[in-house]
Design a protein around this ligand. Structure first.
Ligand code: SF4
Ligand code: SF4
Length: 314
């Protein structure tokens, strides 16, 4: 099959599998200025104690070290924007954690895409599915593959769709047609930076995870520094798992459409939880409520710690 037809077929198969966007980039080392910025970010400790972001650094900055046969990187996005949401009078969870753990959902779709590519090619194709557990700069590759631009809030923004998307890649050993990266359309806007209650977006396009509530409420173990959360709006719209404020502030998310992935639909039990229910949550209830959910990452103790930080009267 000629390269342009093969590329088109892969993109329509990705769409058939339910991916919201698909673009393709040449597999090569990450651009020097991006790699330098990433190294500096790690050197300054802005990844907090997320050691996995500094492990395998060279591989993260060069996919050819991950898969020497790599020729192309197929970048994919999957919408997780929920149709039904928690009310403003309830404790908040980042939208991505509303439903089932995305890893399994995306991995299954990547394996299906890989099988279809093998069938289309008629010969064995080496593929490597990447969902979080493989050291890849997901947002960079999504940008490189023309899916959107990386906004000042450091999220990938897909034009006319917003930023509530999971990102993943399928690395393949075949040459394909490549898409062109998109320039930033953030312009003079600073809404995400202004909306961040802990000033974690220190400069446009740079996040300090040490101050980010998403990191602190999910990844961080031990106490949360009250100096960081003191001025935050933790008490007015209390997030107890993750934080979506810098995404919700982004005008491009007014285009967000509800996901059609049924695994990401929240359960009635989750949507009906009141602050008083959270405060009396037992380990057993936690296990039932979050069976197969990404919320397990914070562990029961972590979620209880976050809940205990909320200062309310209910
Ligand atoms: S997720 Fe929340 S705390 Fe982190 S940068 Fe965005 S607004 Fe700030
Ligand atoms: S809020 Fe404004 S500056 Fe921030 S990512 Fe969105 S468009 Fe860019």
């Amino acid at each position: 099959m000629v390269i342009s037809d093969f590329t088109r077929e892969i993109k329509s198969e990705a769409e058939r599998l339910g991916f919201s966007a698909c673009g393709i980039a040449k597999a090569e080392a990450v651009e020097a200025k991006v790699a330098d910025k990433y190294r500096k970010w790690i050197d300054e400790g802005k990844n907090a104690d997320m050691a996995y972001l500094q492990n395998n650094l060279e591989k993260r900055l060069n996919p050819l070290l991950l898969m020497p046969e790599a020729k192309s990187i197929i970048s994919l996005a999957l919408n997780y924007y929920p149709e039904r949401k928690l009310g403003d009078d309830q404790y908040q969870f980042a939208y991505y954690a509303y439903g089932q753990d995305y890893h399994d959902v995306i991995k299954s779709k990547l394996f299906q895409l890989s099988s279809s590519i093998q069938e289309m090619a008629g010969t064995p194709v080496i593929t490597k599915p990447c969902v979080d557990t493989v050291p890849m700069l997901d947002r960079y590759w999504a940008w490189k593959a023309g899916l959107g631009w990386i906004g000042k809030n450091t999220n990938l923004i897909i034009p006319h769709s917003g930023s509530f998307f999971f990102l993943a890649e399928l690395i393949v050993d075949i040459e394909l047609e490549y898409d062109a990266p998109m320039p930033s359309h953030c312009g003079t806007c600073t809404r995400c930076i202004d909306a961040c209650p802990t000033h974690a977006l220190e400069t446009p396009y740079t996040i300090n995870a040490n101050r980010c509530l998403s990191y602190l409420t999910i990844e961080h173990r031990g106490d949360i520094d009250q100096h960081i959360t003191h001025d935050s709006e933790l008490t007015t719209l209390p997030y107890v798992y993750g934080c979506d404020r810098c995404q919700l502030a982004c005008p491009h998310n007014r285009f967000a459409q509800p996901t059609s992935v049924k695994e990401f639909t929240p359960t009635e039990a989750f949507l009906s939880m009141r602050p008083s229910d959270w405060k009396s949550l037992t380990v057993e209830q936690y296990r039932t409520l979050f069976k197969g959910s990404a919320v397990k990452r914070a562990k029961y103790e972590g979620l209880i710690r976050n809940i205990s930080l909320v200062n309310d009267t209910e």
